[in-house]
Design a protein around this ligand. Structure first.
Ligand SMILES: Nc1ncnc2c1ncn2[C@@H]1O[C@H](COP(=O)(O)OP(=O)(O)OP(=O)(O)O)[C@@H](O)[C@H]1O
Ligand SMILES: [Mg+2]
Length: 218
């Protein structure tokens, strides 16, 4: 991915907590690190979910993790872009100035939506916020590319399919890849790792790779 990338700053954002932002941010950062990229992971959530997550001397030790939940985080991300192939930014699960600053600095925004009937509205609100940022003078000619990512789905369930159809019908961009609900995400995170490290040939790793590749082609 490192060579041909024009877009390299990827933010995970939703205005709802618990949708999987931090998990997906860690998984994508680890995936691209293992793929040979020089990676930085920005933890911009005041909760600081990721700053102490990573196993310090394991296979992810070269992943640079930076905690910054100030309103000047956009400058820090832009600066860091000069030294990294890809930057992944995790954000808080609510609207705040830091999240807006992260989005204003980002190339691609991924909006994870838990496969629950109550989360569609939240996805629409998040996409509206990104639309507002895209309408600003600064971003009018360099729009944030955005897509909804279905997360924590139950494979084969009706609800994920229904939600996907509803999101498409609402005219919202949705990724083809999705991440199922699998215990390996939590188990790997407890060990300071991700499924790509602990089960490189497992289903979760394949799903993460599919999400990463779809983002690379956005
Ligand atoms: N695909 C998945 N399968 C199973 N569990 C998952 C998956 N993704 C996330 N989880 C679990 O769901 C919970 C919430 O995930 P996570 O903390 O990543 O969400 P978040 O959007 O960052 O939340 P917050 O808004 O509070 O920061 C965690 O316990 C995590 O381990
Ligand atoms: Mg989080």
């Amino acid at each position: 991915m490192a060579e041909a990338r024009k877009r390299k700053i990827i933010a995970l954002a939703t205005l709802k907590g618990g949708s999987g932002k931090s998990t997906i941010a860690a998984c994508l950062a680890a995936y691209w690190l293992l793929d040979g990229c020089k990676m930085a992971l920005f933890d911009t959530d005041p909760q600081g979910s990721l700053i102490n997550w990573r196993q310090p001397d394991g296979p992810l030790e070269d992943l640079r993790i930076i905690a910054n939940h100030t309103q000047t985080v956009g400058q820090a991300i832009a600066q860091s872009a000069g030294f990294h192939d890809v930057i992944v930014a995790d954000t808080a699960g609510f609207r705040n100035r830091t999240t807006i600053a992260v989005l204003a600095a980002t190339d691609i925004a991924i909006v994870p939506v838990k496969a629950s009937p109550f989360d569609l509205r939240v996805a629409a609100d998040t996409l509206q916020l990104i639309g507002e940022i895209n309408a600003t003078k600064e971003r009018r000619h360099r729009k944030i590319v955005v897509a909804v990512l279905l997360a924590q789905t139950t494979p084969g369930s009706v609800i994920a399919r229904h939600l996907r159809a509803e999101i498409s019908e609402a005219g919202l961009p949705i990724m083809a890849a999705e991440l199922a609900n699998r215990v390996v995400y939590g188990e790997a995170a407890l060990a300071g790792l991700t499924p790509s490290v602990v089960q490189p040939n497992g289903k979760a790793s394949k799903e993460i790779a599919a999400v990463a590749m779809e983002i690379e082609n956005m």
